[in-house]
Design a protein around this ligand. Structure first.
Ligand code: 13P
Ligand code: SF4
Length: 307
């Protein structure tokens, strides 16, 4: 941290010079999250900030689909991602052509798409959701369309976890998050045996068997709120590794047990490439305007939902 202080100071100076903001996801390393992030949070929170921001430049300290979402909501801004290879196994699991085929197979059903998708997929979507609002969005879509079945893609596990919480029938896809699919119920039971007082908080991208033995399921922002408001004595966050590091900095009374998996895509973003991104205003993320216009409807519908 201390060694990084000059680079952090230089990034913060460049942000002012360039009229830029850094939107940092909860999975960024602490020096990014606490050192240079102007807005930090989950996918939903960052999308809302992108829509509101008045800055000329947005640097997305996150993965490519997040930068595309920012561009879709703020087409007049320059949106930069420090590494173009920062992808996502969920976004890579489905194409626009796949969604068109699903729609042919289930005509008349609303398509709810997780934000972890490309702009091309969002353009085929009726309304987007994140892990923070998926149940609400599915129920709202069923109500608006007057149906009892909804297409929810591409995360198979998120779809299954939403299905457990609603009477709406869910048609799912086979995408998975390569970070969360690796957790098993046996991992959780082992932790509970070693630390009987630990509260287990798991992300809804985990397999259903993991959520069944966890104490709470929620988005990264919901986990953050849980720890900061309920102040558990001991906690385990079943998610990406940086999450616990970032919350721990603010949760001094809580002890963290730290089994976690790294997201190789999120970890492509570093202080060094954020600095280069700001300095050279690279790498710009663009979205075909016709695709962006259709995708915007789906994202905006989600952003406009009541909290
Ligand atoms: P949330 O931050 O929306 O919970 O999503 C987690 C995630 O995997 C983002 O890539
Ligand atoms: Fe995608 Fe999973 Fe990484 Fe999030 S944690 S960016 S869902 S691979």
């Amino acid at each position: 941290w201390r060694l990084q202080a000059p680079l952090i100071a230089e990034i913060n100076r460049l942000k002012r010079e360039k009229d830029a903001v850094i939107l940092a996801h909860n999975y960024m390393t602490p020096e990014i999250f606490h050192g240079v992030g102007d807005y930090v949070g989950d996918s939903l929170g960052l999308a809302k900030e992108a829509a509101k921001s008045k800055a000329r430049v947005i640097v997305q300290a996150g993965v490519h689909f997040m930068a595309e979402t920012s561009k879709i909501l703020s087409p007049e801004k320059k949106v930069l991602i420090p590494d173009l290879q920062a992808g996502c196994s969920l976004a890579a699991s489905i194409t626009g052509a796949d969604v068109r085929l699903i729609k042919q197979r289930y005509p008349g059903l609303p398509v709810v798409t997780y934000v972890n998708t490309t702009a091309e997929v969002k353009a085929e979507t009726d309304i987007c959701c994140t892990s923070a609002n998926a149940v609400q969005v599915v129920e709202e879509a069923a109500r608006l369309w007057g149906v009892d079945r909804v297409i929810l893609i591409p995360d198979e596990f998120l779809a299954r976890n939403v299905a457990r919480q609603t009477d709406i029938k869910i048609i799912a896809w086979k995408g998975r998050c390569e970070v969360h699919e690796r957790f098993t119920a046996a991992d959780i039971l082992e932790i509970k045996e070693a630390y009987p007082d630990a509260e287990v908080l798991a992300h809804p991208e985990c397999p259903a068997e993991v959520l069944e033995v966890s104490d709470f399921a929620g988005s990264t922002a919901a986990m953050n709120d849980y720890v900061l408001t309920r102040k558990p004595k001991r906690v385990v966050l079943i998610t990406e590794c940086s999450m616990a590091d970032n919350v721990a900095a603010d949760a001094v009374d809580t002890e963290f047990v730290r089994p976690c998996n790294l997201c190789p895509h999120m970890k492509r973003i570093t202080l060094e490439n954020i600095y280069e991104a700001l300095l050279h205003e690279r790498y710009e993320v663009t979205v075909d305007p016709l695709i962006a216009e259709r995708a915007r409807l789906a994202v905006q519908r989600m952003v406009d939902l009541p909290p």
